[in-house]
Each structure stands twice: as structure tokens, then as C-alpha cells.
Design a protein around this ligand. Structure first.
Ligand code: PBG
Length: 321
């Protein structure tokens, strides 16, 4: 076996998987204002940007060969409410950001998150029922309307991350009826109730608000087979792409989905997984760049079609150089 490992050229010759800029989707956090950059303390090196900055970031991403960006708003406090009505405002932060990127003529896919957590006063992804649980069907109605508003603003891909039952079918129907048959759906199909979303919740400002947890709708980390059922349902309801999230700790799920279905599968290196690498490196426990490339390559080896990663721009630029 070692004959094949004896020199860099030989290892290059037999390498099974490689990263490419087109493997990445870059998540970006948006804030209100003009010329604003707000560093996120728990997400080393990542900032929220006002829309002008988001447009610049999208341009950089396109120049680096990244096919799509994913937008997440930090909604102003005054616009958060029990019923998340700001999610349906055609002039909300995320819709304005989509239009900003599209009006600038940047050749890049724009993906928007369909879920209510950036808009609810309680931080949940859906509407609360009387008993405090998240009301599935009432939420699905709003999610479908939210997706339509985002598609109308110019989103190319809508990405439901809420984990309600039946939302993919409802969103697909609403998009068709609304004249947006070309808008694609990336379903967060196997999304787990993970402890690895902390820095993300800081970034969108939903963490401190969250009452309880999301275990009533996100998946139990102990379950694997159930992920295949979720993926199967989402594909049958019309998902164009499916996703596993978190990714790094769930590569077994990525591999099973990739082996079982023909639909492209994406995996999300979540904020907590980003922090694992950055904080580990900052503590002097490993070489940051080597750990990062190893982790990202592992997604490809598991069978991921693409990776949502906060490191996307940095890595895509490095791969191009
Ligand atoms: C919420 C959403 C979350 C993430 C993406 N969309 C957090 C959550 O479910 O609480 C997490 C992303 C990350 O941690 O990087 N709809």
C-alpha cells in the first residue's frame, strides 16, 4: 500500500475525492443599516453585513467560483412578533438583500431560509399553539406564503429549515400557483435537534429568545433510519435537493442518503462545527488549515454533492490559487 503513498505526485494521481469551489454554498448574515459590519463573537471571523456589504460578498463569491449564497437575516427587534408577520413583508431584510444581489447583476444563485425563527419573539421556527408546542399546520401555511414572498423577490432556491411535516408539498404548490415554477427547493430534510447551532442563533439574534428547545420538530440525534424517511418524504413532495444538518457529526447520515437516493444531497457544516475547528486551532490543539481541509474533504468522501460552509469564500479562493 505504501508504494502508492511515496510521493506527492503519486498521491495526487490516486486521490479519490477533491474539493472544488463549486462544492460550496456560502451562508451570509444580514443586518440593517448602511456600511455596517458586525462581527459575531461566537463565530470567529464571521460578520453580519448590511445589504451593501452582502452585495459585495456575493460578488466576491461569484468571482471565486461559488455557485450560491444562502441568506439569513438578523431582524430588528421591533419587527419580531408572536405571529412572525415580518416574514411575509415583501420589503423585509432578506427580500431587500435578494433584490440587491439580483439588481447588481451578479451571476450567483441566491438561496433563502424558509423558517420563522428570525421573526418570532419566542425564537421558534413556527407558530405556537395554546399549549406552547409548535403548531404544524398553521406554520406550514405561513411558510408557504413566506417562500412565495422570497421567490417574488428573486430567490432562486428556497430552503425550508423548519422541519414541519408537509411543508415541501405546500411550498411547491404555492410556488406553482404563484407562477414560480422555476424556483427550486432545497429541503433541510434531516435536520437534527443539535447543540451545534449556538453561534448561528447568536448571529440571527434568536438564541436568547428561545423558550425551551426544538426537539418537538427537529430530529433526535440518536436516529439514523428516520433520516431516510424524512428524505424520502421530501423528495416525494417535490424537493429538488435535500440536506443533512449538522454535517460533520452526521457524515454517516450523509453517506446513507447519498447511497439510497438519486437526489443531490447537501450537508451543512454548522456554526458549532465551524467553532469546533476554529476554537480547537485557537487553543493550539491542531493546525487550523489542515483540520479545515480534512473536515471539508470528509464531506465529499461521505458522498455530499455540496457543502454549506462559513469557510466557503476562503477555501474557494485557496482552491483557485
Ligand atoms: C433555523 C436555522 C438554524 C440553522 C439554520 N437555519 C438554527 C436552528 O434550527 O435553530 C443553523 C445553522 C448553523 O448552526 O450554522 N431555521
Amino acid at each position: 500500500m505504501r508504494r502508492r503513498r511515496q510521493a506527492p505526485w503519486m498521491r495526487e494521481m490516486v486521490r479519490e475525492h477533491r474539493l472544488h469551489p463549486s462544492d460550496f454554498i456560502w451562508p451570509l448574515f444580514i443586518c440593517e443599516g448602511e456600511g455596517e459590519e458586525q462581527p459575531i463573537a461566537s463565530l470567529r471571523g464571521v460578520s453580519r453585513w448590511s445589504i451593501d456589504g452582502i452585495v459585495e460578498r456575493a460578488k466576491e463569491a461569484a468571482d471565486a467560483g461559488i455557485p450560491a449564497v444562502a441568506l439569513f437575516p438578523n431582524t430588528a427587534d421591533k419587527d419580531r412578533s408572536e405571529d412572525a408577520r415580518e416574514a411575509l413583508n415583501p420589503d423585509n431584510l432578506v427580500c431587500r438583500a435578494v433584490r440587491g444581489i439580483k439588481d447588481a447583476g451578479i451571476e450567483i444563485g441566491v438561496m433563502t431560509d424558509v423558517a420563522l425563527d428570525p421573526y418570532t419573539s419566542h425564537g421558534h421556527d413556527g407558530l405556537l399553539a395554546e399549549d406552547g408546542s409548535v403548531d404544524n399546520d398553521a406554520t406550514v401555511d405561513i411558510l408557504a406564503a413566506q417562500a412565495l414572498v422570497q421567490a417574488a423577490a428573486g430567490a432562486d432556491i428556497v430552503a425550508p429549515s423548519d422541519m414541519m411535516d408537509g411543508r415541501i408539498a405546500a411550498i411547491r404548490d404555492t410556488l406553482e400557483d404563484g407562477g414560480h415554477s422555476n424556483t427550486a427547493i432545497m429541503a433541510y430534510s434531516a435536520k437534527y435537534a443539535s447543540a451545534l447551532y449556538g453561534p448561528f442563533r447568536d448571529a440571527v439574534g434568536s438564541g436568547d429568545r428561545l423558550k425551551g428547545d426544538k426537539r418537538g420538530y427537529q430530529m433526535d440525534p440518536a436516529n439514523g433510519m428516520e433520516a431516510l424517511q424524512e428524505v424520502e418524504l421530501d423528495i416525494s413532495e417535490g424537493a429538488d435537493f435535500v440536506m443533512v444538518k449538522p454535517g460533520m457529526l452526521y457524515l454517516d447520515i450523509v453517506a446513507r442518503v447519498a447511497d439510497t437516493f438519486e437526489t443531490p444531497v447537501f450537508a451543512y457544516m454548522t456554526s458549532g462545527e465551524f467553532a469546533m475547528i476554529e476554537e480547537c486551532a485557537a487553543a493550539g490543539a491542531g493546525d487550523r488549515d489542515t483540520m479545515l481541509m480534512e473536515a471539508l474533504t470528509a464531506f465529499k468522501r461521505a458522498g455530499a454533492t455540496g457543502i454549506l460552509s462559513y469557510h466557503a469564500l476562503e477555501v474557494a479562493r485557496k482552491l483557485r490559487a
